[in-house]
Design a protein around this ligand. Structure first.
Ligand SMILES: *[C@@H]1O[C@H](CO)[C@@H](O)[C@H](O)[C@H]1NC(C)=O
Ligand SMILES: *[C@@H]1O[C@H](CO)[C@@H](O)[C@H](O)[C@H]1NC(C)=O
Ligand SMILES: *[C@@H]1O[C@H](CO)[C@@H](O)[C@H](O)[C@H]1NC(C)=O
Length: 287
């Protein structure tokens, strides 16, 4: 990622240099402008002569969400992009292109990425961007949409390559944010503002899915066993206490025995029960 940022930085300085070149060019217009003035004068005269009809070619309209970047004899017209609404051009010597300022979204196709701990995952994302400076988007990059797409795919790979699997799965929010800021910095010289990046899906290989499922199952089973053992421990302690109480008073055992008899009698009334005198066991119990 640091490499990427550095590339973006060098790009930015390059662009600045290029742009200052443009500015120099604008100053040159006065020097070699004789021909330009001549052509402009001819065009204006032509417009005036054919007045009602020439307006058809002079007046242009762009929508609320569009801007027009105008070039006069190949030079960028001063004053920035025109619009929204009506603007004028001089036919023959002006050319212009419309730029849409609305937010555009695109899918980054699934990228096979090797995570930091050597697991292959397929990740796809969706990116939202808009043009923040129409002039720069026309002059500094040939096709801002395609360039942004390509850069988004490589940035996704670069950022996710530095994460291990558990981070990939648990820190989507911060990863999305990291990709967004990195991408935004890189597309800054193109007049493109990356508004949002969302990591859509992190797909694991089937074998790994199975292994993780087995691991989770084993962990759950182990926990269940511990809980059962703890229950048994508590139950045995309670039983021991009960036995202690019963040994303390011999009549308690007799009562418990009668209670058992009555419950058997209620449940299975066809069964015949012979009560055995508890005194027979007395010797064993008190032993
Ligand atoms: C677009 O960028 C150019 C060059 O950096 C700058 O002169 C111009 O003011 C910017 N326009 C807007 C609307 O920011
Ligand atoms: C993933 O990386 C983080 C920090 O980079 C570390 O704390 C964590 O233990 C790693 N997890 C695995 C499973 O290696
Ligand atoms: C035994 O219990 C059943 C219901 O559980 C009852 O219908 C039946 O009459 C009982 N028999 C006797 C002998 O009490």
């Amino acid at each position: 990622m640091s490499v990427d940022v550095e590339v973006a930085r060098t790009r930015k300085t390059e662009q600045k240099f290029v742009f200052s070149d443009h500015e120099d060019g604008a100053n040159n217009t006065e020097n070699n402008g004789l021909c330009a003035y001549f052509l402009t004068a001819i065009s204006v005269v032509l417009i005036v002569v054919t007045l009602p009809f020439s307006l058809m070619f002079c007046i242009k309209v762009v929508q609320e969400y569009e801007r027009a970047v105008i070039f006069r004899l190949g030079r960028l017209l001063k004053g920035g992009a025109r619009g929204p609404g009506i603007f004028f051009i001089i036919p023959c010597i002006d050319s212009y292109c419309k730029i849409d300022l609305r937010t555009v979204s695109f899918d980054v196709p699934p990228q096979e990425i090797l995570s930091k701990d050597s697991v292959t995952v397929a990740v796809d994302a969706v990116v939202y961007y808009r043009i923040s400076n129409a002039t720069v988007a026309v002059t500094n990059v040939e096709d801002y949409g395609r360039s942004t797409r390509l850069l988004a795919a490589t940035t996704l790979r670069n950022v996710l390559g530095t994460k291990n699997l558990s981070e990939l799965l648990s820190e989507r929010e911060s990863i999305s944010h990291m990709i967004q800021s990195s991408l935004d910095e890189a597309t800054d010289p193109w007049g493109v503002k990356v508004e949002r990046v969302e990591v859509k899906d992190v797909r694991l290989p089937v074998q790994l899915q199975r292994a993780m499922a087995a691991e989770a199952e084993a962990a759950r089973e182990a926990r269940a066993k511990v809980i059962a053992a703890e229950g048994e421990q508590k139950a045995s302690r309670a039983l021991k206490e009960a036995a202690d109480v019963i040994t303390d008073s011999p009549a308690a055992l007799q009562l418990r025995y009668l209670q058992t008899l009555s419950s058997i009698a209620a449940e299975k009334n066809s069964t015949i029960v012979f009560p055995i005198p508890m005194e027979l066991f007395k010797g064993h119990i008190t032993m």
